[in-house]
Design a protein around this ligand. Structure first.
Ligand SMILES: Cc1cc2nc3c(=O)[nH]c(=O)nc-3n(C[C@H](O)[C@H](O)[C@H](O)COP(=O)(O)O)c2cc1C
Length: 210
């Protein structure tokens, strides 16, 4: 089994897709991953609109300020938040929780898609009004993200990511470690752990075959 960190780090935003069908099992696994995302108070105040019809995908691509390439993705999943549900429990903060809940669901979809060998893209630049119109989204729900899923027609380069020592403070703001290597899991130890897993799996196979 692939280490989840390997899946996280090797996922890329794919902007060009092959016009190829993705079987229903894979699409439903991606949706299943969304369903299991964490949500504030387990409210699960989201809905996922699965769009596979070419004309409607084209409409959504136009609503995404003419990001036409996403119309070739096998599926566009419009992630909608139902903020009112969260506001009932959490007052004003409910709208932030709703965005966070939907973001967690969207990220789960990207990771599951990648683990299935599919490309994916989180599309956040779109006209809310036009996406509402394309998908008939009522007032009580809000489109927060569009997740494009399909077979990739490109292998994007990994964009630069800040190193951990730039991002992590210890205990209080701006308190950096003087010796990050001492505390941070470096890539060498990740690879070592992975090699150990493979070794253990091989040993298990040998033992069961005996
Ligand atoms: C909230 C959000 C909105 C985004 N919107 C778009 C978008 O509208 N179009 C696009 O091509 N990429 C979009 N992206 C993808 C980012 O450009 C991409 O994640 C970033 O460049 C890092 O690349 P990586 O995902 O391969 O690590 C969005 C990502 C996030 C999280």
């Amino acid at each position: 089994m692939r280490d989840i960190l390997d899946i996280i780090t090797s996922r890329r935003s794919v902007k060009r897709f092959q016009p190829q069908f993705v079987d229903w099992e894979k699409i439903s696994r991606v949706l299943e991953a969304a369903r299991h995302a964490p949500s504030s108070g387990n409210l699960q105040n989201w809905k996922f609109i699965l769009v596979m019809e070419p004309e409607k995908k084209q409409k959504i691509a136009e609503a995404a300020y003419d990001q036409h390439d996403i119309a070739l993705a096998a599926a566009l999943i419009v992630v909608c938040g139902e903020a009112e549900k969260a506001e009932r429990y959490y007052g004003e903060h409910g709208s932030i929780y709703t965005i966070e809940n939907c973001a967690a669901a969207a990220q789960n979809m990207l990771l599951e898609a990648h683990s299935l060998g599919l490309g994916s893209l989180w599309v956040g630049a779109f006209s809310e009004e036009d996406v509402r119109a394309a998908c008939g989204i009522p007032e009580e729900a809000q489109p927060l993200a569009i997740v494009a899923i399909g077979y990739a027609a490109e292998t994007p380069e990994k964009p630069p990511k800040f190193p951990l020592e730039n991002l992590v403070y210890f205990g209080s703001w701006r308190n950096r470690s003087k010796d990050p290597a001492k505390y941070m899991v470096d890539i060498a130890s990740i690879l070592e752990r992975r090699a150990q897993n493979v070794k253990e799996m091989a040993q298990n196979i040998i033992t069961t075959e005996k």
